[in-house]
Ligand binder design. Sequence first.
Ligand SMILES: C[S@@+](CC[C@H](N)C(=O)[O-])C[C@H]1O[C@@H](n2cnc3c(N)ncnc32)[C@H](O)[C@@H]1O
Length: 277
Amino acid sequence: MEKKSGYVHGYTNRENERLVDQANALVELLHGDTVYPPGSVILEAGCGVGAQTITLAATSPRTQFFSVDISRDLLALARERVKAAHSGNVRFLQADIFDLPFGDETFDHVFVCFVLEHLPRPGEALKHLKRVLKTGGSITVIEGDHGSVYFHPESHFARKAIQCLIDLQAAAGGNSLIGRQLYPLLCESGFSNARVSPRMVYVDSSRPELVEGFTKNTFTAMVEGVQGRALAEGMIDPAAWERGVADLYRTAEPDGTFCYTFFKAVATKGISGKHHV
Ligand SMILES: C[S@@+](CC[C@H](N)C(=O)[O-])C[C@H]1O[C@@H](n2cnc3c(N)ncnc32)[C@H](O)[C@@H]1O
């Protein structure tokens, strides 16, 4: 039986395509500075459909990735994707971050992207990841923060629709505002030398690939994905919802702009495993 978490975005084909669009649009911004040394063994936790795996495996070809996810169905898609890209340095495994089937100090590096935001106990998840990381090894965590959104033209309805997504994710035990918390979470989980860099996506019509790949097919698609639940739970009335989504698409018009900030954190596992600020 398929194991699932309380994942607010669901496991539909549209959501899988959205994650791939997001990864394609953001490759340089999010991954440009992630290259692992040859010979490294890396755990990618919560790999989903392999949207990030493809980039990681290609930019660090002489390494070995172990990419795990709780969903067997998504792993099957990830396997196909990596096979099509002819990357021979990835092994996939079904596993729960909270019950990892690896010994202590197994990996040189750990990579986790857009996963902590869905977990009710992200700090505990980081401690489980720290257990399997070698002393001196690094963890890279990338998360978004839906509170970082601003756009033109401004729209009260668009903000209400976004708030539905934030509230639904919180009700499912997640936190879509987690980007701003990466530093304290890593410190509290016992990692050392945490450094967080905000990565802002700015979109206007001079960047048509981001208008399509980010404003429309990543962010607005993600908001649209919770329409059924937002309406069913009476969080917003149908007319306000429609207007909100239309106003988000409006920001993708030639005179519109859209901004969002991701947070990328890198920290190490210190010798004592204690918190060094
Ligand atoms: C938003 S997706 C991100 C996928 C991928 N990292 C990416 O950036 O495209 C979150 C993923 O975390 C997985 N996940 C959620 N809880 C998990 C857990 N406890 N253990 C392992 N994977 C988990 C989900 O199945 C899903 O594939």
